[in-house]
Write a protein that binds this ligand. Structure first.
Ligand SMILES: C[S@@+](CC[C@H](N)C(=O)[O-])C[C@H]1O[C@@H](n2cnc3c(N)ncnc32)[C@H](O)[C@@H]1O
Length: 238
């Protein structure tokens, strides 16, 4: 079964928890963003004092990414063992490493894993960042003081690896993440997660509540995405 076939059946069986009007708005946003198309070729972008090389198939940090990067920087303590789940270009992994953490950066997308290795060397933290392909926790062993995750926000079927940055069919990955995260945290472990109203916030909040975590919303901002006002929130769980 191809990624797209598997993804389509998972997405079709998902029933969103947000009201129907929001489902319509989110679905329309996905269609409109899809029409814009993606970047062509590798880009070199600045991010909070770092320089990132980002292949076309990997998510480029967006206007709200510095808010999440700042929250990660504030949360990391030197010497922490940090897991960057869904690392993309490695932006959050590198921020944590710059603060003195030992970081494992994982992603389903092999191009992302290659990009993190390049970016870690480029930003002089190659000795503190290990990158590995993993479907959620499948290739992750051990426990971490801090897990960070900026997940794909939407639940639709993904067309390819590049699309997996924005959509997680039926929230299969997010659901597994919450089911297994506790087993990968130290006793005082904490998590910094990102989510937005581009996705099913009600389902995200349910996963948080069902996980029994202490939950704090660190920061929320509202930004226009095309002509829609979207809330982006940094969550701290412990
Ligand atoms: C929204 S992007 C975040 C990228 C980066 N962390 C950032 O903040 O710029 C989500 C990332 O999760 C990855 N991803 C999606 N599904 C995954 C899975 N099942 N296991 C691991 N990574 C996954 C995507 O490939 C993508 O790089």
């Amino acid at each position: 079964m191809t990624l797209q076939q598997q993804s389509t059946s998972e997405a079709e069986s998902y029933r969103p928890l947000v009201p129907e009007a929001q489902v319509k708005e989110i679905t329309e946003l996905r269609r409109a963003l899809g029409e814009l198309g993606g970047e062509e070729g590798e880009q070199t972008v600045p991010f909070l004092g770092l320089t990132l090389r980002v292949p076309a198939s990997v998510m480029t940090p967006c206007p709200v990414s510095p808010m999440l990067g700042g929250a990660v920087f504030a949360e990391v303590k030197p010497g922490d063992r940090v897991l960057d789940m869904g690392t993309g270009s490695g932006s959050l992994a590198l921020i944590a490493a710059k603060k003195g953490a030992e970081v494992l950066a994982v992603d389903l997308n092999p191009d992302a894993v290659a990009a993190v290795r390049v970016n870690a060397e480029l930003n002089q933290v190659g000795d503190r960042v290990e990158a590995r392909e993993s479907d959620v926790f499948a290739a992750v062993e051990g426990r971490f003081d801090l897990i960070v995750f900026n997940p794909p926000f939407q639940w639709f079927a993904a067309a390819d690896y590049a699309d997996v940055a924005g959509t997680d069919a039926g929230y299969r990955a997010l659901t597994r993440f919450f089911r297994e995260a506790r087993d990968h945290l130290t006793e005082d472990g904490r998590m910094v997660l990102f989510f937005s109203t581009m996705g099913d916030v009600a389902y995200f909040e349910k996963l948080v509540a069902d996980g029994g975590f202490t939950h704090k919303r660190v920061f929320t901002t509202t930004q226009p995405v095309l002509d829609v006002a979207v809330d982006f929130t940094v969550h701290r769980l412990s």
